[in-house]
Design a protein around this ligand. Structure first.
Ligand code: SF4
Length: 258
């Protein structure tokens, strides 16, 4: 897997260059029921000892190459998205990497936003919070908020729980919550689960909420399927009756990248 991907049109973030700080091996603290990256093979307590992540220099160089290509092709970039092959905050030098990406952004793409997508599992850590606050936007994934739903959807590989994610998210300068809704195995569309989700989202008080479903062909799990557009808009209208936090639906059944 490349360290920086050619620009793609994201439904949420416009024309985006995705930065993968983790290299070829998936490294994540979750094994989400819908994840298309396969299972995480490495144990979380072995990450520091065993993983050799791509260096900050290598990631910068891959990013600069893609930016140069984009400029040559007159492609205007809206976002630099730190995401990739698992949970980006697990990169052992995520703080230095973030500072370097910031420098590149300010130097060559000052109008693009630097955004990180995180599963939120490590935001109880002060250093992670400080690093996340260096981004223009921090997008935290909360798909299910009851402790049972949290475990069923995310299958965490650490002793994570919903309250840790919630209290960590409240330490951030601000955040966007991203929630993927789906049908089938461990579906998070059940009424009680949705009530818990609304309550937790209200506690976090994000600046915005992005709700969507699985992108086309984006899961290898045959037991789950995307939520419908109606289901997403029903969640939106229920939430709007309870809260004035901005909430947006992103739905396109043909989209392969959301
Ligand atoms: S947090 Fe993202 S990368 Fe990690 S298992 Fe879930 S979907 Fe996959």
């Amino acid at each position: 897997m490349k360290l920086a991907l050619s620009p793609r049109q994201s439904l949420r973030f416009g024309m985006s260059i995705e930065i993968n700080p983790l290299g070829d091996q998936k490294v994540c603290s979750y094994n989400c029921v819908y994840c298309n990256l396969g299972p995480t093979e490495i144990r979380m307590n072995q990450v520091k000892k065993q993983m050799e992540f791509p260096s900050v220099d290598a990631i910068e160089s891959a990013l600069r190459e893609i930016i140069t290509e984009s400029v040559t092709q007159n492609t205007s970039i809206d976002s630099l998205l730190v995401s990739g092959n698992g949970e980006p905050t697990l990169h052992l030098e995520i703080d230095q990497l973030t500072e370097r990406l910031r420098k590149v952004q300010q130097e060559v793409l000052p109008n693009a936003k630097l955004i990180i997508l995180t599963n939120g599992a490590h935001i109880e850590n002060r250093r992670t919070v400080e690093t996340l606050n260096l981004y223009d936007e921090r997008v935290i994934k909360i798909d299910a908020a009851s402790e049972t739903g949290f475990k069923a959807v995310n299958a965490p590989l650490i002793r994570g729980n919903m309250s840790k994610v919630t209290s960590g998210a409240r330490k951030l300068s601000d955040c966007i919550i991203q929630s993927v809704f789906f049908q089938g195995q461990n579906s998070n569309l059940d009424a009680d689960e949705l009530d818990e989700w609304m309550e937790v989202v209200g506690i976090v008080k994000p600046k915005s909420i992005h709700i969507h479903t699985l992108a086309k062909d984006s899961t290898n799990n045959p037991d789950i399927s995307p939520a419908t557009e109606d289901e997403l808009y029903t969640i939106l209208s229920k939430f709007q009756r309870k809260s004035n936090i901005e909430i947006k639906v992103f739905y396109d059944p043909e989209a392969t990248y959301i």
